[in-house]
Design a protein around this ligand. Structure first.
Ligand SMILES: *Cc1c(COP(=O)(O)O)cnc(C)c1O
Length: 382
């Protein structure tokens, strides 16, 4: 195998998720697939061509290096938007290759204009406005100047999108703040409309906003976590399910993460297992080691707490997770032997380990656990 674990990506599950999201958004709202963070750990080079097979051709990334990976992975024509970091030399690369990017400060917009003039090719920009997240974006004063720049330089700057991002739409405790942001966005949108400029798409929603606040969907929703089969948090899931009483969860996890037993051994009552004194055998036990550790993204906080599936049983992680391995209790599945499958995320028989149960246990969000899965673990589309 040459690797100690493997990640499988389930295409049918992705298709199902995409179909559900499209139906939820309605016909007027285009979906952009957010593939920052190495496609939330799924692997850009595997995920992007699979998404294109399923008819998804619009992608959002954080930075120019990610845009480059998406471009390389694409098998058909498609659109790439950089929402975050792009350095000066990369701007000319982006313009040359028709890669779209956010402009959220004057320096970037001015520089893009300069390069577009020089290249004699239009820069395709999304103007991001500040509505309350206080991260990036133009305020209303700055926007007036931006409108002027866009009007005077239409032959160099294509005004493709007008957008913002919400400050935590997944939690009801942010309700007033999100509503305020929407009001601010509408006010800024009016400035654009009154100027006579017509961007092609207005877009504001991430997964949580798109589920909880339908009016944020507009022309395009930037969907990350949901396409991979997770709700942004439990609260969003419950708020959706209570509106659609009695249905099953329409989203399916598309990732599985599996390894194999490396070795087994017996331990007597009273022995400590693993480093230090984290786990004391209170009975005669049979244990096994799995060749996956925190360097592979299996969090140290799963020490003594994590669960994995072996031979159709859910068994516990015992002792501390080391850099390259962890130990499990196989006392109840004593026939387990080296080479047997171990499921860290996914299904085995009737049992299932989901990322969320796994990540709640290790106090990590789905987002964080997924994106920590190292690039070097091989991915396989199934
Ligand atoms: C990450 C991100 C998204 C997608 O968020 P999800 O919660 O994964 O849907 C959308 N917009 C911006 C600006 C983002 O950074």
């Amino acid at each position: 195998m040459y690797h100690t674990s493997v990640i499988e990506i389930n295409k049918a599950a992705y298709q199902g998720n995409l179909k559900f999201i499209k139906k939820l958004m309605g016909k007027k709202t285009q979906i952009s697939s957010v593939v920052k963070g190495n496609a939330y750990g799924h692997g850009i080079e595997y995920f992007v061509p699979m998404a294109q097979d399923c008819g998804q051709n619009h992608f959002c990334v954080f930075s120019a290096d990610e845009a480059r990976s998406v471009k390389k992975a694409m098998k058909n024509e498609g659109t790439i938007v950089i929402m975050g970091m792009i350095e000066k030399p990369e701007i000319s690369w982006a313009i040359t290759n028709g890669i779209e990017f956010y402009a959220f400060d004057e320096n970037r917009l001015e520089y893009a204009l300069k390069v577009a003039k020089k290249l004699k090719k239009r820069a395709v920009v999304h103007i991001e406005v500040e509505t309350g997240l206080n991260r990036t974006g133009f305020n209303s004063e700055q926007l007036k100047k931006v409108i002027k720049t866009l009007k005077e330089n239409w032959e160099h700057l294509e005004f493709k999108g007008f957008c913002t991002h919400y400050a935590g739409a997944e939690s009801i405790s942010n309700y007033l703040r999100i509503k305020q942001q929407l009001v601010s966005f509408k006010r800024l949108q009016k400035l654009v409309q009154e100027s006579g400029l017509r961007p092609e798409v207005y877009h504001t929603a991430c997964s949580a906003a798109a589920v909880r606040y339908p009016s944020t969907r507009m022309d395009m929703a930037r969907i990350g976590i949901m396409q991979y089969g997770y709700w942004p948090n439990m609260e969003t899931y419950i708020s959706y399910m209570t509106r659609k009483e009695g249905r099953n969860n329409p989203l399916k996890r598309i990732i599985s993460w599996k390894s194999k037993i490396m070795s087994t051994k017996e331990v007597k009552t009273g022995e400590f297992i693993g480093y230090g004194t984290f786990f004391l055998a209170s009975k005669d036990m049979k244990i096994a080691t799995v060749p996956v550790g925190y360097s592979h993204g299996f969090s140290r906080s799963l020490s003594n707490h994590g669960r994995v599936l072996v031979n159709g049983e859910r068994v516990g992680v015992i002792g501390t997770v080391s850099m390259n391995s962890f130990t499990i209790d196989i006392t109840d599945v004593p026939h387990t032997k080296p080479g047997d499958e171990v499921v860290m995320i996914g299904d085995q028989g009737d049992l299932s380990i989901s990322v969320s149960s796994f990540s709640e246990m290790s106090n990590q969000l789905n987002y964080e656990l997924l994106t920590r899965l190292p690039r070097r673990i091989p991915r396989k589309i199934v």
